[in-house]
Design a protein around this ligand. Structure first.
Ligand SMILES: [Zn+2]
Length: 400
């Protein structure tokens, strides 16, 4: 009665371990192609022999360990279906079977005394394959020499058995040149179209980032074509972008206003200017024609509530990095990091910023934005901000 209860407890413990480690269990099932159906341990003369019936010939590695003395057999791709391991016999006090790591079954022979491994090989072929391990008594010094030799061998074997780490994923930045096609964006004092400035600056930023080699780059448009705002967000999501950077240049009736600024998403605009800028940029979709329905306030509310806090935090960090880098190179608007409800910033899972590189309604800013050298300076600053942001994100993830 007592024994029956004890046995049941062992089974229960096994079940609980399975529940606690579902991922490891699944991995084992996926990797294990061979099943060990039973093991016997026999002692004859001076030799103790373990016979492991495996159906097919398994790969295995064997090594010995001291303190306490034991023989360890690792079997990658082998699942244990042999029930209770055999009781100890001869030179072996006991046999333990467990999962060493996902997909690798480990058999441990706890030794009654120092041994020499006399034989470790597969006997039989095909479905009749058996792994045979024969042990003979040996002096402590022979056992220890074997162990010392195995420490190195084990390290090599374990390194070889470990799957190579996956190549680090190179993050993807989606650069979004504002406007395009029938939507010219803002029009400058000298009739400069915002859509041309944004495309040129975006192409320069792409070159900067590709030269740096730390990130991959995709663009929502590479030509003078109209792309509706929701399609820009969808493109970023479809591509699995890690960061979304929308590039614009603004215009105001007050032609004295100049300087760059960076926007992140907010339900409420940080100030009347931010609200007006967002209205202008969102208005780009009036060019999409009547087929495109504007987002209702309710839908906008839901979209915003979907925006995860860490996405917003990531966006805010990116905005600060961009402001910091731009402000070293070009004049900035006061309160350079602003908040407004830009449609292109509404991907709930992708940190997103919108960079207004300056005001093309201001003659000085317009003249600068038309110059490739100035756009190179802007692109270099944005590139540093982007690479810095990913460096920081990487550091945070590694620390976590
Ligand atoms: Zn714009």
């Amino acid at each position: 009665m007592r024994r029956g209860f004890g046995r049941r407890f062992v089974v229960m413990a096994g079940v609980r371990a399975t529940l606690v480690l579902p991922a490891a269990t699944l991995a084992t099932r996926a990797l294990a192609t061979i099943q060990a159906t039973g093991a016997t341990l026999t002692h004859e003369g001076a030799t103790t022999e373990l016979a492991l019936a495996t159906g097919e010939a398994p790969r295995f590695s064997l090594f010995t360990l001291a303190n306490p003395p034991r023989v360890v057999i690792d079997l990658p791709g082998l699942a244990w279906a042999g029930g209770e391991p055999p009781a100890g016999a001869g030179l072996v006090r006991g046999v333990r079977v467990g999962l060493n790591r996902p997909g690798v079954t480990r058999v441990v022979l706890d030794l009654a005394r120092p041994v020499a491994v006399a034989r470790a090989e597969i006997a039989g072929t095909g479905r009749g394959a058996t792994l045979l391990i024969a042990l003979n008594p040996a002096s402590q010094s022979i056992f220890l020499r074997q162990t010392a030799g195995n420490d190195q061998a084990q390290a090599v074997q374990e390194a070889a058995a470990r799957p190579p780490p996956p190549p680090p994923r190179v993050p993807l930045v989606m650069i979004d040149p504002g406007h395009g096609g029938r939507d010219p964006g803002a029009i400058g004092a000298r009739r400069t179209h915002e859509k041309h400035i944004t495309l040129s600056a975006a192409a320069e930023l792409r070159r900067v980032l590709e030269r740096g080699g730390k990130v991959r780059v995709a663009m929502t448009r590479t030509r003078d074509v109209f792309v509706p705002l929701p399609d820009r967000v969808r493109a970023a999501q479809k591509a699995g972008a890690d960061l979304f950077v929308s590039i614009h240049a603004d215009a105001l009736d007050d032609r004295s206003v100049r300087g760059a600024s960076v926007y992140t998403l907010s339900e409420r605009a940080s100030d009347p200017l931010a609200e007006r800028v967002a209205r202008n940029e969102n208005g780009a979709d009036r060019f999409a024609g009547p087929a495109f329905a504007d987002v209702s306030p309710e839908a906008a509310q839901i979209l915003i509530s979907l925006v995860r806090r860490d996405t917003l935090n990531g966006s805010a960090r990116m905005a600060r990095a961009t402001v910091a880098n731009l402000s070293r190179e070009v004049p900035m608007l006061p309160n350079s990091h602003r908040f407004a409800g830009f449609m292109v910033l509404k991907a709930p899972d992708i940190p997103s910023v919108l960079v207004e590189m300056g005001f093309i309604s201001n003659r000085t800013d317009e003249a600068l934005l038309r110059r490739p050298e100035h756009r190179r300076v802007l692109a270099a600053a944005m590139g540093r901000a982007i690479e810095g942001w990913f460096g920081e994100v990487g550091a945070i993830q590694t620390a976590g």
